[in-house]
Design a protein around this ligand. Structure first.
Ligand code: SAH
Ligand code: SF4
Ligand code: F3S
Length: 457
């Protein structure tokens, strides 16, 4: 086999945690001489999977089936399955397909480059790595010699914890990501400093429940609020975000940070899940709507105009029409700028599998459509309020080229995470990662269009 075959392709499903793990894996593989290649050319076909609902789990099985097709034609090719479905199904993947030669769990991503090398060299036929680690598993941090540190220039994600201890009744995450393990604050800060030194301006701190950072036995005495203040001070960090926040653990000090830290973006993703206290209690979320709405008021009190986004589940076992109407009412009351909404899906091993009555699929589907119609209305109204204002946009990538040819639309995001498209000269060069002052001209259904106020080129 020649060096030329040492190629990989990663398909990623799921949340930012997985996207971040895949980014790391790609960098680590390249540092060991692997090259990224299209799916139909790569030797190692890697899938980073999500099992939060049944649908993404099923997508993994159909993708394995599709990838087998390449492996049958060329015996040097093989499939590696990692992430949450891999943790859940484990060696079961070997039974599904002869071409799956590596299965790795969510705490084992750091070992994957070495394992792929071993498989590539033919030292072993099959490997399963599924153990959970005791502490936060540090991975060697690879800064590229040149080029961006993530798939979005100027932006980076930093893991501050792994796992989750909440065991919400519907959720598989604690089973597939393991117990909560906080990373040491010094490690977080040294990674942040290195990234800032590498031109990163927008930083997102990542964890399943960042508000309980430091509260597990791995914690080093630093609270999430203290960590936020220390990260915000790192020179070069112009925008700081974090996700995901659990409402039950959002501390007053973190709320105050929104009033005190000018580089902490005025936006928060605060999953509400449902608007009915009865359903929230059945979900085991640990807060009621009085607490949730109190947090919303407190946040907007310290940072007027702050935007909120959320996650919602419809059709949780036992949800009545009245419960659902409470969700609609709460969504309207808070005025979420956007939301992710899902139909409840039974996940193996979770408590809600045994809860009844199950909501009829058609009823849940119809509730989802009503919820999404309301959200569309709220999103449109929120975007409309931006017209005529000025904001700072971090450019991500060219979006579409105008017919004339000398103008090119760039896509970026404002501090609240809204997508803004801006026409710029086509010969302006690569502007990805630049911050640009923009005046908003029009609001579309899910995005804004603006014009550059200054010249970045
Ligand atoms: N740690 C994050 C959520 C991670 S999962 C948090 O607690 O906010 C992302 C979202 O998927 C959840 O917020 C929830 O809305 C949804 N979700 C999780 N399990 C689900 C299930 N069994 N059925 C439907 N949606 C689910
Ligand atoms: Fe799942 Fe709840 Fe943990 Fe979020 S907080 S990952 S919804 S168990
Ligand atoms: Fe999915 Fe695992 Fe994230 S289940 S949502 S990829 S933690």
């Amino acid at each position: 086999m020649t060096q030329d075959n040492k190629t990989f392709h990663i398909t990623t499903f799921g949340c930012q945690m997985n996207v971040h793990d895949s980014d790391w894996l790609a960098r680590a593989l390249m540092a060991r001489g692997w090259r990224a290649a299209p799916e139909d050319e790569a030797t190692a076909l890697i899938i980073n999977t999500c099992s939060v609902r049944d649908k993404p789990e099923q997508k993994v099985y159909s993708l394995v089936g599709r990838l087998e097709h390449y492996c049958r034609k060329d015996s040097s090719k093989f499939v590696a399955v990692g992430g949450c479905v891999a943790q859940q199904v484990g060696q079961g993947f070997f039974e599904r397909s002869d071409h799956v030669r590596l299965v790795f769990g969510t705490d084992q991503t750091g070992q994957v480059p070495e394992s792929l090398d071993r498989l590539y060299r033919g030292e072993t036929q099959r490997l399963a790595m599924l153990d959970f680690e005791e502490g936060f598993k540090l991975r060697k941090f690879h800064l590229p010699e040149d080029g961006p540190v993530s798939h979005l220039p100027g932006q980076a994600f930093v893991n501050i914890m792994q796992g989750c201890d909440n065991f919400c009744a519907y959720c598989i995450v604690p089973y597939v990501r393991g117990r909560q393990k906080s990373r040491s604050s010094e490690d977080v800060l040294s990674e942040v400093r290195a990234l800032a030194g590498h031109g990163v301006r927008e930083l997102t701190l990542l964890g399943q429940n960042v508000n309980s950072f430091g509260l597990d036995k791995q914690g080093d005495g630093t609270s999430f609020a203290q960590l936020l203040f220390r990260v915000a001070e790192v020179p070069g960090i112009r925008r700081l975000r974090f996700t995901t926040s659990h409402p039950k653990d959002l501390a007053p000090e973190v709320i105050n940070a929104f009033g005190e830290l000018s580089n902490l973006c005025p936006t928060l993703h605060l999953p509400m899940q449902a608007g009915s206290d009865r359903i929230l209690s059945a979900m085991g979320r640990g807060y009621d709507m009085t607490r949730y709405l109190g947090l919303v008021d407190a946040l907007r009190g310290v940072r007027p105009g702050m935007t909120l986004t959320t996650d919602l589940i419809v059709g949780f076992p036992g949800e009545t029409e009245d419960d659902f109407l409470e969700t609609l009412e709460a969504v309207r009351h808070v005025g979420f700028e956007s939301s992710f909404s899902f139909i409840y899906s039974d996940r193996p091993g979770t408590r809600s599998v045994r809860m009844t009555p199950k909501v009829d699929r058609d009823v849940a589907q119809e509730r989802l459509l009503r919820l999404q119609a309301l959200q569309d209305e709220l999103t449109a109204a929120a975007l409309q309020t931006q017209v005529g204002t000025e904001s700072e946009v971090l450019l991500e990538s060219p979006s579409k080229k105008q017919d004339g040819g000398d103008v090119m639309f760039w896509r970026g995001r404002d501090a609240c995470g809204r997508v803004v498209n801006i026409p710029l000269p086509a010969d302006g060069g690569d502007l990805a990662g630049q911050l640009l002052a923009v005046r908003i001209q029009t609001a579309k259904k899910h995005s804004l269009v603006g014009e550059a106020v200054g010249k970045p080129w």
